[in-house]
Design a protein around this ligand. Structure first.
Ligand code: SF4
Ligand code: SF4
Length: 287
């Protein structure tokens, strides 16, 4: 019995010594700044930086493979903290906060369906069947693939069956952008005030038949705002988000209501945004 215990203790000692030696010889040197960068990150592990998680992003930063402003969730404060750890100067203008925006307003009351879909309740599955149940082949299918992809609970499906981003929760991680099979979601600068909430590229009459609030390519917005702010993509007007129009009154120029004045960062928009909003304000309505 004593011999067995002694042998086991001896084996334990030898194994422990071996492990200690292995740990010493095979130890991987980590840059001490990596831990500090990791501490500075919000720890969301959402992948919005393009890496598998916060640890991978921190490792990439210290190796010079990712920039200090690469975490969309942390915002400016995190950028400055990481830049300080890395001994770099952070340009405030390099971090333009972005937020997700669903470029579709095709709720059930304005965008009819072309057939009843009874298949698997995901947008990806519905899109496989003739582009989905909506007459508008560009519109939101409303099965919430984007909602399930959002790690921050920042997307809801409205009663009208269209996805909507809850701006107070969105961190701009971009997971929803990848998840939408109709490519309806864009990350846009939070400072932009005017948005075209439509993705339909069909000619005017066809677009209007498919959705009452579709862009009909009348180009009125482009004439008012200028080609430097709004471009045409086929029969669809698109905001140039690198230099977006600043006047929220532009929304009132759109005959279909495809353009909306929306404050993504919560700052007030001083004037009524659309003809409907103006009427609602005059009658004491609004949000
Ligand atoms: S709405 Fe999109 S961008 Fe915003 S937090 Fe959710 S997944 Fe990320
Ligand atoms: S925005 Fe895209 S992913 Fe989200 S519910 Fe609509 S179609 Fe589905």
């Amino acid at each position: 019995m004593i011999i067995a215990v002694s042998v086991l203790a001896g084996l334990g000692l030898v194994a422990g010594f071996g492990l200690a030696l292995a740990a010493r010889f095979f130890a991987v040197e980590t840059d001490p700044r990596q831990e500090k960068v990791l501490d500075a990150l919000p720890g969301a592990n959402c992948g919005g930086c393009g890496f598998a998680g916060c640890s991978d992003f921190a490792a990439a930063v210290v190796k010079g493979l990712a920039p200090p402003n690469g975490c969309p969730v942390g915002g400016m404060e995190t950028t400055f903290k990481i830049a300080e750890i890395m001994g770099m100067s952070a340009d405030a203008s390099a971090h333009v906060a972005k937020m997700a925006l669903v470029l579709c307003q095709g709720t059930d009351d304005v965008a009819p369906v072309k057939f009843l879909y009874n298949g698997s309740a995901t947008c990806a599955s519905a899109a496989q069947l003739a582009g989905g149940q909506k007459l508008c082949s560009y519109g939101c299918l409303g099965f919430g693939d984007c909602q399930r992809a959002c790690p921050f609970g920042a997307i809801e499906i409205t009663e009208g069956g269209v996805a909507r981003v809850i701006r107070q929760r969105c961190t701009g991680c971009g997971n929803c952008v990848e998840a939408c099979p109709k490519n309806l979601i864009r990350l846009v600068p939070v400072t932009a005030r005017v948005h075209i909430l439509c993705s339909n590229k069909d000619k005017g009459a066809a677009a209007r038949k498919a959705c009452q609030v579709a862009c009909i390519a009348c180009r009125k917005c482009q004439k008012v705002a200028g080609e430097e702010h709004i471009e045409m993509d086929g029969f669809l007007a698109r905001i140039k988000y690198d230099d977006p129009p600043s006047d929220p009154a532009l929304a009132g120029e759109c005959p279909t209501g495809a353009i909306r004045a929306i404050s993504l960062d919560g700052s007030p928009i001083p004037i009524p945004a659309t003809k409907e909003d103006a009427a609602a304000s005059a009658s004491g309505g609004g949000e």
